[in-house]
Write a protein that binds this ligand. Structure first.
Ligand code: PMP
Length: 304
């Protein structure tokens, strides 16, 4: 049912999609020992650009460092792989997925296996559905909490973390919601299954801190930067669950989800239920980076 792109990069080579296989006894398949990134490229007035490619690859290396995975390629080699796989597939606006994983070479938990690396790219529209960006989504608070600090590091983007994300996202979809929001082990707000959270109170943006078991997203950082430029106050802080019901506006953000308004949480309408003025302004500024209306003063658009 899936339409796969033609080409993929694996271990130093561009090859046909179907040839990029891994052994069933690969360490990562059993133990979740992979690290990965999710990146988007956009069509801009100056040509196709990969958004914050360098920052994503830096995070990949940091995730790998936490798990003692020494990647057999440099940042520059992986950046070239990302560009090549987009070009080779004839894509402009795409999603890119670099992944590094413990391959075949030992079954012990601390086995020193080879580290295999692949980069895929495929066309991708709005992650939370075609209407999500315009109309917003209905979210629920998950019955699953995020993993506690000093259990599984939330700051690493590792395959195993996404067992938590799957439980949260699958429960939300089963109950008919667009996405699930998780509480941290403290009972305070954490983040969405695959998105960071922003709440608006009295014109200021409030987002959960790293200590709330979040992945500190690159989109989160982008929005914080754009908001501060606009003179919008940004606060990183712990928040209790009920703030979800009291906020003037809520948005979720991530590379895949981009900037998605939250219409309601647990059936309670947020503000007007249509996405408020701060959310709309942040959407304009964010998508403005790709349509030329927001000047890229940070070198975030890296040409394909
Ligand atoms: N939290 C989680 C759990 C995620 O998987 C993602 C998506 N990578 C994010 C937040 C948002 O991160 P980013 O903006 O870097 O895509």
């Amino acid at each position: 049912s899936q339409n796969y792109p033609e080409w993929i990069w694996q271990n130093g080579q561009i090859k046909p999609w179907r040839d990029a296989t891994a052994h069933v006894m690969s360490h990562a398949l059993h133990y979740g020992s992979s690290v990965f990134e999710g990146i988007r490229s956009y069509e801009t007035p100056d040509g196709a650009a990969i958004f914050r490619l360098t920052d994503h690859l830096k995070r990949l290396f940091l995730s790998a460092k936490i798990y003692d995975m020494e990647l057999p390629y440099t940042m520059d080699e992986l950046a070239a792989a990302c560009r090549d796989v987009v070009k080779k597939n004839g894509l402009t606006a795409a999603y890119l997925r670099p992944v590094a994983y413990r391959g075949l070479g030992g079954f012990g938990l601390s086995a020193e296996t080879p580290i295999d690396v692949a980069v895929a790219s495929w066309p991708m529209g709005p992650y939370l559905g075609p209407e999500a960006l315009q109309n917003g989504i209905d979210a629920c608070v998950s019955s699953w909490q995020r993993f506690a600090p000093n259990t599984i590091p939330a700051g690493a983007k590792a395959g195993g973390n996404y067992l938590s994300g799957q439980l949260i996202a699958r429960e939300a979809r089963r109950l008919g919601f667009g996405e699930g929001i998780a509480l941290a082990s403290t009972g305070l707000l954490s983040e969405g299954a695959g998105e960071n959270l922003f709440l608006v109170f009295d014109g200021a943006l409030h987002t959960t801190p790293a200590s709330a078991s979040i992945l500190t997203g690159i989109t989160r950082h982008t929005l914080m930067t754009l908001a501060r430029e606009e003179g919008i106050e940004v606060v990183e802080r712990d928040m209790p669950r009920e703030y979800l019901y009291l906020a003037d506006e809520i948005l979720m953000c991530g590379t895949a989800a981009e900037v998605t308004p939250i219409r309601a949480v647990d059936g309670k309408k947020i503000g007007s239920g249509k996405g408020g003025p701060i959310t709309r302004r942040l959407q304009e500024l964010y998508f403005g980076l790709f349509n030329g209306k927001t000047a890229d003063r940070w070198g975030w658009l890296e040409p394909v």
